[in-house]
Design a protein around this ligand. Structure first.
Ligand code: GAL
Length: 829
């Protein structure tokens, strides 16, 4: 747009904003109770979706599922290193099309919270910082440092300008109602001292000066200067209060689960606890809450941070990595959001009056004029009964009951009315997908590229590679005049993250760190020969550090010492300060082998298996249908994979989680923490790797390229597709009715098939009495009504959905005086 036209358009929008609100523009402000949109206080529910962790083709569906789940706002970071990979060269294409993402959110009527940062954290490579930033002379990240502040301001202003040009701020008629500057600096600011304090003041005034027309927040920043709102992040934020009585109580990260690291077990967070945390927050005066994540997605390419963050960023979020709703998490939260919205008028009218109803029992009442809403919490770990307003209420342990009229319970966070679903994977072996067979190229061991260089001493890796590649070769040759001891040990100390040691062209040993300690310290028994010996050490990074004070300075790579111990006559020699030859990256990377379209690929019958440093290629026909696709890398070691030239991320199925610490049925009662509920112990942290459908060609051959580092058998790779399996429900006589029927009736089981063209085809299990177990493995208890299967079948078979009253009137009473439940597992076709 030319300058003059731009001014006219701006004036027009401005005119419309002033004269015809709220159709075109919204005025976003805040007060002590809430954000105000066009002067009205709002109770808002938000969820994080990071646009580069899915594809633009997935975005509309993810956003629609967010809206259907009851969200008002989508929150995302802006990923600086994605958008400015080279200083001054911007990329806003494909998964980086931020404007498109925001417009899609706006089009379905949701708002956006844009966390510009530009430091993100987010388990994203280097916390979102471009690595070139590190090489600016005199720079110190995230402190009162002129070179850093200049770059931070430039990028922040660039994003704000871009948003303004597209009229994306609410003040211009767009969906963005909120922005964030910095990220959780208050958690790590102490070592920065006074410079950290002045940096935050600067960041606040820099952000404010950009005149976005909407409020700014800083999370976990108790000293956030006015007018910036300080917000809370954590598993619980009900005890949080902002730093001024003029600011609302906001929660920018409610961790819906936790991230997975290679070498770790898979974390999950029971929805009963998540719902409890949310309800407690609104009970205690909160009016804005965001799920981190609502859809976690995938760390494609080399975007994962860490080190050791896995490629999956599923996060146990309400929408799974593949874009499928996770039930009952999604559905129970949807019901919770409806329950909270039923209280909105009362919530925005006043502060709550909090009273104790007994030990661990707490009531919060929002009463103003004719509106009244109440939240009754049991924050203890045993069930209780409480008297409130003259009535008696059953309060299950660790739960909140929501009473939008101060009388009837519309929802209890521990009682799930939503459907539960199982999902299953269907496997298709590569042979079945008309794979053309495998071809390969061996990556040379040691130095093979012309741009290698020699230097005395061991170098730090990030300073050397600038993260252009995961790989850095450290090579040396050493002569021994006569025969050498057979007891020699190669001792290597590295800052991380993993390494392979080759002696005379053969893999002699490997080492790796873990997400808690990236350092590698290995002693590898080796055999040297008389004469010349080559020592080639391949050091690799697995995602750059993304969190902590001065995290950019922690470094990686083999910084030593490197010694040979137990040489003949017991001597040790230190190789650390010798002249080493270095090579950044692989020959195959320079050649562009990942595309599959260049290179001298071997395709004879002697396919190498379990050979380190091998590039593999095959072609395949995509699994049919529309179900999400993943590759099962069982049989492979560690590496990176590309489908039609797009990197689906690092794979590492041989990194297995510890044997202990897992539980299949985690008790949601009591405070949650990130290692409380783990599954998959003793198994590979990640075997399945998402291949977005839009990267696959349905009508022709697809190319899969792998670079395998440690050795694997590519013929064992298979494709899987993910489907929803059974639909289950478990409703007790003490459950509140479904939310749309509140005040009217008793508990009702609602079953519905996941897809519109399906009907309930069979009832695999039905029991009324004291059934137990989980969806897919329900069992009859000691009490069960024999008529339950027949009654459920009659009500449901052949219909897409059915409702059954959960009461003795429907089923008869198989055991008097006992609270009974109905458990059903159905399949849809
Ligand atoms: C927070 C951070 C997020 C993310 C989260 C853990 O501390 O703000 O960006 O890293 O932890 O998933």
């Amino acid at each position: 747009m030319r300058g003059a036209t731009k001014v006219v358009v701006f004036q027009l929008v401005w005119f419309l904003c002033i004269h015809v609100p709220p159709m075109f523009c919204s005025n976003v402000t805040y007060d002590h109770r809430a954000l105000l949109i066009d002067g009205k206080r709002r109770v808002l529910v938000s969820g994080s979706i990071h646009y580069p962790r899915s594809t633009p083709e997935m975005w509309p569906d993810l956003i629609q599922k967010s809206k259907d789940g009851g969200l008002d706002v989508i929150e995302t970071y802006v990923f600086w290193n994605l958008h400015e990979p080279v200083r001054g060269q911007y990329n806003f294409e494909g998964r980086g099309d931020l404007v498109k993402f925001i417009k899609l959110v706006g089009e379905v009527g949701l708002y956006v919270h844009l966390r510009i940062g530009p430091y993100a954290c987010a388990e994203w490579n280097y916390g979102g910082f471009p690595v070139w930033l590190h090489f600016i002379p005199g720079i110190k990240f995230r402190t009162d440092n002129e070179p850093f502040k200049a770059e931070m301001q430039r990028f922040t202003a660039k994003i704000v300008d871009m948003m303004k040009q597209e009229n994306l701020y609410a003040s211009q008629g767009g969906p963005i109602i909120l922005s964030q500057i910095e990220n959780e600096y208050g958690n790590i600011d102490r070592p920065y001292g006074a410079a950290g304090k002045s940096y935050i003041k600067w960041a606040a005034s820099m952000a404010t000066s950009l005149n976005t027309g909407v409020p700014w927040v800083m999370c976990q920043q108790a000293d956030a200067p006015d007018p910036i709102i300080n917000t809370c992040n954590g598993f619980y934020c009900d005890q949080f209060t902002p730093n001024s009585n003029t600011k609302p109580k906001m929660w920018t990260e409610n961790w819906s689960g936790w991230f997975l690291a290679f070498g770790g077990a898979v974390p999950y967070r029971p929805v009963e606890d998540l719902a409890f945390a949310v309800a407690r927050f609104y009970q205690r005066g909160g009016t804005f809450q965001n799920y981190y994540m609502y859809h976690g997605g995938t760390n494609f390419g080399r975007s994962s941070g860490g080190p050791f963050i896995s490629t999956s960023y599923d996060y146990d979020a309400p929408i799974d990595e593949y874009g499928i709703i996770r039930q009952p998490k999604w559905g129970h939260l949807k019901d919770l959001h409806k329950a909270i919205k039923l209280c909105e008028e009362a919530l925005i009218a006043t502060d709550p009056t909090i009273t104790s109803l007994g030990s661990n029992l707490e009531a919060a009442v929002y009463k103003s004029g004719s509106v009244c809403a109440a939240f009754l919490a049991n924050i203890g770990t045993s069930d209780a009964t409480a008297k409130f307003n003259g009535n008696s209420y059953q309060l299950p342990a660790w739960s909140v009951s929501i009473l939008p009229d101060c009388k009837n319970v519309v929802l209890n966070t521990a009682q799930i009315n939503s459907a539960i679903t199982t999902s299953s994977f269907t496997t298709q072996s590569l042979e079945d997908s008309s794979s053309s067979g495998w071809s390969w190229i061996s990556e040379p061991i040691g130095i093979s590229k012309k741009d290698s260089f020699s230097k005395f001493g061991l170098v730090e890796q990030i300073n050397t590679t600038a993260d252009k590649s995961d790989y850095l070769w450290y090579s040396l040759s050493i002569d021994f005049e006569d025969d050498v001891s057979s007891q020699t040990v190669l001792h290597i100390e590295s800052l991380g993250h993993a390494l392979d040691a080759f002696i005379n062209g053969k893999l002699a040993g490997s080492g790796k760190g873990n997400s808690g300690n990236a350092k590698v310290n290995v002693d590898i028994p080796i055999t040297l020969v008389a004469g010349k010996n080559t020592i080639d050490l391949l050091s690799l990074t697995v995602g750059l550090q993304n969190y902590g004070s001065f995290f950019d300075t922690w470094g990686a790579g083999i910084t030593g010492p490197v010694t040979l111990k137990g040489l003949k006559n017991g001597t040790t020699i230190d190789l650390s300060s010798r002249q080493w030859t270095y090579q950044i990256g692989l020959q195959g990377e320079d050649l562009g082998l990942s595309s599959g379209s260049v290179g001298q690929w071997n395709s004879q019958s002697n396919l190498p298996k379990n050979q380190p440093l091998t590039w593999y290629k095959t072609s395949f026909v995509a699994p049919s249908g529309n179900d999400p696709v993943a590759i099962d890398f069982t049989g492979m070691g560690k590496g990176e994979a590309w489908v039609n030239g797009q990197s689906i991320g690092r794979y590492w199925p041989t990194y297995v989680s510890p044997n202990s610490g897992c539980t299949n049925s985690c008790d949601y009662r009591g405070y949650y923490y990130q290692s409380k509920c783990l599954k998959n112990c003793g198994k590979p942290s990640q075997t399945l790797y998402h291949v977005p459908r839009s990267w696959l060609k349905s009508d022709s051959n697809n190319t899969l390229v792998l670079f395998e580092e440690s050795g694997g058998d590519p013929t064992r790779i298979s494709f899987v597709t993910k489907q929803i399996g059974s639909v289950c429900s478990y409703i007790s006589e003490s459950h509140p009715p479904p939310i749309q029927m509140w005040r009217n009736s008793g508990p009702v089981m609602s079953l519905e098939c996941p897809y519109p063209n399906q009907v309930i085809s069979s009832i695999k299990f039905a029991s009324f009495g004291t059934p137990y177990g989980a969806c897919g493995s329900f069992n009859h208890g000691s009490c069960s009504s024999s008529s339950a299967p027949y009654i459920v079948q009659k009500a449901c078979i052949g219909s897409r959905s059915c409702n059954i009253n959960v009461s003795v009137n429907t089923f008869g009473d198989p055991c008097r005086g006992v609270t009974k439940s109905l458990a059903v597992e159905a399949s849809c076709n």
